[in-house]
Design a protein around this ligand. Structure first.
Ligand code: ARG
Length: 580
């Protein structure tokens, strides 16, 4: 439940509950009627058909018959299986604008931490970004990184304690290959400059050489064994590779404003896996299959989950289980999200099932927050086949946006332009990633995502800047405006949408879907645009029209749109420049 209180929605809910004799906490779904002429808020009656043993249209009629105006709700009408309510416009407008003004940057956020029964704050651990070291962050990493970042922000807005967890891929046989490659290559290679590129080139060359020289594989394995045994030389080199990689990742994170509460690699779990294996074995859940240690999952209709290979090496799943145990010990999470591509669905299903079988206290609290692939010209982008670096993508986006701004706004200082170009360039890339349901694939299309028109970041950021400029240039006093002067349907639609923001945030959090917030940003921009466009037909409908009182009321509404847009963009991890 949100601790944000909307008295109008509350009045509608209690009218429905009262009319139908439902318990005080019965769920009442609120939506928008298909056509604004029908009313302001629509409530479907289907959910009550079964308990009330009655047809939804009859239930709707009963609600209408029992309705009495009050609490800012003026009218109820039945439309088939729905009841449409109409709100008292001036009371509602006053409430919406006052609330947004009072809450400011916190509008859309709950006003108190979300507590669980033991009085502690509800906690979510969000595993995101989690790249493998000794490689660059590639363009496709934007997905996990920015979906996870948005989910941290959304959860915090909803009162959760959110722990962003970067589970670095820093362990496994590939790291043996790197060590072997390093010792063969020029050991004086300077890693201080562009070290990750050098590491990656070495690695790629080594893999290539492995194809013709099978002995290299044994060499790599031997190096990994040394690393596992804590050999000082292997350890020191590996630590250096890790530090060089992390420093490089940090640069990209800093550009995007992404931070983590914990950065913890797979290597950290080396000595934390044995207790997991013992715990599972003690319950008779493990078996030897072809020399490997596995947990049978045939009852769950899945292939067995591998815990240990024949040679004793532990596996990705074992590390994930050990890490979940650690995360629960550390933070007692109520929810744990793993923002990882759809390609790993089976992996997550398998180890979640093992956790369940193992009777761990946190079973059932984990969710694989899966996302689709990024495609360029219809082809999947990944780090194997010639990765496109995220750094380069961000550079190019901000350069191109900078050129557009220079044209649109020639008086902006070069310094300011540089800053805004970065904010909007990143906005273009990030919004393209967040604006659709995460499970869908994203088609990367430069021209489309950089455009100032359409479903893009630059469009939304531009709308925000435009409103800021309208309000600024008008230079009128907004406080104490007479809101009863807001009488057009366009204005009313904007106000309704403003009030819907907190519920959208809540929905985005529940479903772990930032796209609910991104879609809201687009809707609000479009609603504002069509309201604003009226002014070009008829000067009396201009936001900053000639009549001072009306202009002040409209500017107050526009200002509330600006604040709400800014808050919504912020939840997505995007800046809202005041000028573009
Ligand atoms: N490092 C892995 C990869 O690049 C992703 C790790 C995701 N997180 C996890 N807990 N398994 O594919």
């Amino acid at each position: 439940m949100s601790s944000f209180h909307d008295p109008f929605r509350a009045a509608i809910r209690s009218a429905v509950r009262g009319a139908l004799d439902l318990p005080a906490d019965a769920e009442v779904q609120l939506g928008a009627p298909p056509n604004p002429a029908m009313g302001d808020v629509a409530v479907p009656m289907f959910p009550y058909a079964r308990t009330l043993r009655n047809a939804p249209p009859r239930i709707a009629q009963a609600v209408v018959a029992a309705f009495e105006p009050g609490g800012g709700v003026s009218e109820a009408t039945a439309a088939g299986p729905y009841v449409n309510f109409r709100l008292d416009r001036s009371a509602f407008l006053a409430w919406v604008l006052e609330t947004i003004d009072a809450r400011g940057d916190a509008y859309g956020h709950v006003d108190a931490p979300l507590l669980r029964d033991d009085g502690e704050q509800r906690t979510v651990v969000i595993d995101f970004s989690s790249p493998n070291i000794s490689k660059h962050l590639a363009y496709h990493h934007i997905r996990s990184t920015m979906i996870g970042n948005a989910l941290c922000r959304i959860h915090r807005a909803l009162g959760w304690r959110a722990i962003g967890f970067n589970f670095l891929g820093d362990w496994g046989t590939t790291h043996g290959m790197l060590l072997a490659a390093w010792t063969r290559a020029d050991a004086d290679l300077d890693l201080d400059e562009d070290g990750v590129t050098k590491l990656n080139e070495m690695y790629v060359a080594f893999r290539e050489a492995m194809k013709t020289d099978p002995s290299l594989e044994g060499e790599a394995r031997a190096w990994f064994a040394r690393l596992e045994q804590g050999d000082a030389e292997a350890r020191a080199l590996w630590e250096r590779f890790r530090a060089v990689s992390l420093a490089e990742f940090e640069k990209v994170y800093a550009r995007l404003g992404v931070t983590f509460e914990a950065v913890c690699g797979e290597s950290f779990y080396e000595d934390r896996m044995e207790p997991v294996i013992e715990h599972l074995s003690a319950q008779g859940l493990t078996a030897i299959d072809d020399g490997a240690l596995v947990v049978d999952l045939s009852e769950q209709g899945m292939p067995p989950c591998l815990l240990k290979k024949q040679d004793g090496a532990t596996l990705y799943a074992t590390r994930d289980i050990a890490s979940a145990v650690h995360r629960h010990e550390e933070w007692q999470f109520d929810r744990a999200l793993y923002v990882v591509g759809k390609g790993q669905t089976l992996h997550f299903k398998q180890w979640f099932a093992v956790v369940e079988k193992g009777g761990y206290a946190f079973a059932g609290r984990m969710e694989h927050t899966a996302f689709g692939q990024i495609r360029m010209g219809g082809v999947k982008v990944s780090s194997r086949d010639g990765a496109v670096r995220l750094h380069d993508v961000l550079d190019r986006a901000s350069e191109e946006i900078g050129a557009v701004i220079a044209e649109k706004n020639p008086t902006m200082s070069a310094e300011r332009r540089h800053e805004v170009a970065q904010q909007v360039g990143y906005g273009a890339i990030v919004f393209a990633d967040l604006s659709r349901e995460r499970e869908r694939d994203v088609e990367f299309d430069w021209d489309r995502l950089l455009s100032f028109e359409g479903d893009t970041g630059p469009y939304c950021q531009y709308q925000h800047a435009r409103i800021a400029s309208i309000v600024r240039k008008a230079g009128r006093e907004l406080g104490g405006a007479d809101l009863s002067l807001l009488t057009t349907d366009d204005e009313w639609q904007v106000a309704l949408l403003l009030a819907a923001f907190p519920e959208r945030v809540e929905k985005a959090g529940k479903r772990a879907e930032p796209h609910w917030v991104a879609g809201y940003v687009l809707e609000l921009c479009r609603a504002f645009s069509s309201w604003y466009a009226q002014g070009s037909q008829d000067p009396a409908l201009k936001v900053n029209c000639a009549d001072d009182d009306t202009a002040r009321a409209r500017l107050a509404l526009a200002h509330a749109v600006q604040q709400t847009l800014r808050n919504a963009l912020d939840l997505l991890g995007l800046a809202a420049p005041e000028e573009m």
